[in-house]
Write a protein that binds this ligand. Structure first.
Ligand SMILES: Nc1ncnc2c1ncn2[C@@H]1O[C@H](COP(=O)(O)O)[C@@H](OP(=O)(O)O)[C@H]1O
Ligand SMILES: [Mg+2]
Ligand SMILES: [Mg+2]
Ligand SMILES: [Mg+2]
Length: 355
């Protein structure tokens, strides 16, 4: 029987839950100077930094020897021009770390009333996430807000945390504060946590971490299949997906959604195929954008590969290496989609050759 990572699961769910409290509460209060544009032109908010500070503080206390590959770093907050944003982040992180949740997690992990951290401690916590990754050992990977653009639009985003051991994802925990608990009731209650544990299945929990519901990807009839794809056309080629859908005879419109919430929706059967093909050259996918989703999908009975059918390699460092895209689906659907993707790639190569 494989390890069940019970202690890691408990800590990760608690950390993701606290980070989700923070991001939900900050959303309504974000003001203009609380968002920065990073070097790659992507946005980052006070919520991203503060959520990374909270999760890394908790991980640092519970598993002090584990390195963390986190999306954000504190460089922009350590300079004079970042002082206002830094103060806001410290305020938000401490509000969250000191909240009284009454679930017996608190003293042990340095949480609850009276457990405020200094600004320096919180910036250092953010910078615990600068680990380079690699092939061996234990490491966590964190995306404090995946789908920052969705977050800013008030749409889908996810707090994503995964444990990788010797380049294999063993545990993935995702918090989706805006995701309907039940896709068949889109106007009903929102907010859920998803957990995948290698060898032990996938489940959906409430936002407070209770009421586990096991997840299994259903087998879709061909005419029922549909795509889950990025909202942002710059992140994933919409036209390529359209061609693959055409080759497969898919009639249903794609579901466009930001973040790894797409993997959560795949794992519970809201959509049949996750397909993400590069839009240009040069961008390398980051491990924190796929680690937790990949184990969730696999443990719900699905398959995740690149567009050549090769497994994703989480042992190359902070990125997944050269970008061949990502295909995730239930077992039977994955075989068909992979074949159609190969055909669409051949067509594309031919038409480029003929130009
Ligand atoms: N050119 C690009 N191609 C693919 N992914 C990109 C990209 N530029 C940014 N991203 C990633 O796409 C993620 C969002 O994925 P999606 O499009 O599925 O919502 C972003 O995560 P963050 O929002 O955490 O920065 C970012 O890491
Ligand atoms: Mg980002
Ligand atoms: Mg991301
Ligand atoms: Mg992010």
């Amino acid at each position: 029987m494989s390890l069940n990572f019970a202690a890691e699961e408990q800590v990760a769910v608690a950390a993701v839950r606290r980070a989700c409290m923070l991001t939900s509460s900050v959303f309504n209060k974000l003001v203009k100077n609380e968002t920065l544009v990073k070097g790659d032109k992507s946005p980052v908010t006070a919520g991203d930094f503060a959520a990374q500070a909270v999760v890394n503080t908790i991980l640092g206390r519970a598993f002090p020897d584990d390195p963390i590959v986190g999306e954000e770093d504190a460089n922009d907050l350590r300079v004079e021009s970042g002082a206002t944003l830094k103060n806001r982040i410290v305020e938000l992180a401490n509000e969250t770390l000191t909240a009284e949740l009454g679930i017996g997690e608190m003293a042990e992990w340095g949480l609850g009333p009276g457990q405020s951290r200094t600004a320096d401690e919180l910036l250092d916590a953010i910078d615990r996430g600068t680990y380079e990754g690699g092939r061996t050992g234990r490491m966590w990977t964190l995306d404090p807000i995946d789908g920052t653009k969705g977050f800013l639009r008030g749409e889908q985003y996810a707090v994503c945390l995964a444990l990788i051991v010797d380049a294999k994802v063993q545990l993935g925990v995702m918090g989706c504060p805006n995701l309907p608990v039940d896709a068949s009731n889109p106007d009903g209650p929102r907010g859920c946590i998803f957990v995948g544990i290698r060898g032990h299945g996938s489940k959906q929990l409430t936002m407070s971490g209770s009421d586990p519901r096991p997840l299994k990807i259903p087998t879709f009839a061909d005419e029922e299949l549909n795509f889950l794809e990025s909202v942002e056309a710059a992140h994933s080629s919409h036209s390529f997906n359209d061609r693959v859908a055409q080759l497969l005879g898919i009639k249903r419109a794609p579901i466009r959604m930001d973040s790894q919430a797409k993997y959560c929706c795949l794992a519970r059967g809201d959509g049949g195929v996750y397909l993400r093909m590069p839009t240009g050259v040069g961008y390398k996918e980051k491990i924190w954008d796929h680690a937790s989703g990949s184990v969730l999908v696999e443990e719900a009975g699905g398959v995740i590969t690149d567009s050549r059918g090769e497994p994703l390699d989480f042992g190359l460092g902070r990125t997944l290496g050269e970008n061949y895209g990502v295909i995730a689906a239930g077992k039977a659907a994955h075989v068909k989609v992979l074949a159609a993707v190969k055909q669409a790639k051949e067509e594309e190569a031919k038409s480029k050759g003929n130009l």
